[in-house]
Design a protein around this ligand. Structure first.
Ligand code: BGC
Length: 239
C-alpha cells in the first residue's frame, strides 16, 4: 500500500460497546499506523471513556484533527443517547468540546455507524450500511452524502423487541449462531423491502459470523475500512 503523508493527519476513533479502536489516517483515509484498541472501560461513563482514549492515543504519531464515531444518537457533537454505554451518564455531554480540550485538536463526533458508512460506501446511489456488534448500527447515504441518522436499532422488529435486542451481541450469545443467522436473514429481507437500497454493506465485529449466501448487492466490510470514515468527516471526497 502506498502511503501519502502530505495533507491533514486525522486521528480516527471508534467507540464501541466492547472496544475503543483508533488509528491515524491521511486525507485519503489511508491508515498511517495499524489500528489499535483498548477494552471499553466499565463503567463506560464520560470520564472513563475519555481516559481510555487518552491512553489509546498516547503513543500515536502526530495528528491535526480528530474524528470520533459514538454508539448512540449525536447532535452537533453532543451526545443525546448512549444505549450500550449508559444514557444517564452521557445525556447532553458535549463530547466534541471535551475531546477538543483534552486532545488539543478540533474534534468532530458523529454516530458510529454513520462514520463507518462514510468509510465504506461506494458513493453511488442509495446505500445502506449496517453494523453488527454490541448494538445494531445503521447509516443511510445518497451518492456518498449521509442522510439524517435514524435510530433503527430501537425500532421494534417483533412484538416489543427492538433490533438491538433481536440481533445484538446479547441475542447472538443467547440464541446461538444458527438462530441468530435466521434472525439476520429475516432482518435483511425487511431492510430490502423497506429501503430498496442499491447496495447494503454489513460491518461490525459479528458480520463475519453470517453463514448464508448474500445477494450480489450486499457486501461484508472490515472494521478497518469503517474507521477510514474519520477522514471523510474532515476531508469530503472531491467529485
Ligand atoms: C445505538 C446506535 C449505534 C449502534 C451500534 C445502538 O444501540 O442505538 O446509535 O449506532 O448501537 O453501536
Amino acid at each position: 500500500m502506498k502511503i501519502k503523508k502530505a495533507g491533514l493527519q486525522i486521528l480516527s476513533i471508534d467507540i464501541g460497546g466492547s472496544h475503543i479502536k483508533g488509528t491515524v489516517l491521511n486525507e485519503l483515509g489511508e491508515l498511517q499506523i495499524d489500528y489499535a484498541k483498548v477494552v471499553t472501560p466499565k463503567p463506560a461513563d464520560p470520564l472513563h471513556v475519555i481516559n481510555a482514549i487518552k491512553k489509546l492515543v498516547r503513543s500515536f504519531p502526530h495528528y491535526d484533527k480528530v474524528a470520533v464515531g459514538f454508539p448512540g444518537y449525536v447532535k452537533n457533537g453532543i451526545i443525546i443517547t448512549a444505549p450500550n454505554l449508559g444514557t444517564d451518564a452521557w445525556h447532553n455531554f458535549n463530547l466534541s468540546g471535551k475531546l477538543t480540550e483534552v486532545l488539543e485538536k478540533t474534534t468532530k463526533v458523529v454516530n458510529d455507524a454513520d462514520m463507518q458508512g462514510l468509510g465504506v460506501a461506494d458513493r453511488k446511489g442509495f446505500e445502506m450500511v449496517i453494523t453488527l456488534g454490541t448494538g445494531f448500527g445503521t447509516a443511510l447515504l445518497m451518492d456518498g452524502n449521509l442522510l439524517p441518522h435514524l435510530e433503527l436499532a430501537h425500532h421494534p422488529v417483533y412484538k416489543k423487541i427492538t433490533y438491538d435486542e433481536y440481533i445484538g451481541e446479547k441475542a447472538l450469545k443467547k440464541q446461538g449462531l444458527k438462530n441468530w443467522n435466521k434472525r439476520i436473514y429475516k432482518v435483511i429481507l425487511i431492510l430490502k423491502t423497506v429501503f430498496n437500497y442499491d447496495k447494503l454493506f454489513i460491518g461490525g465485529g459479528n458480520a463475519s459470523k453470517i453463514n448464508f449466501a448474500l445477494d450480489k448487492n450486499i457486501k461484508i466490510v472490515a472494521n478497518a475500512d469503517g474507521i477510514k470514515g474519520g477522514a471523510r468527516l474532515w476531508v469530503p471526497e472531491k467529485k
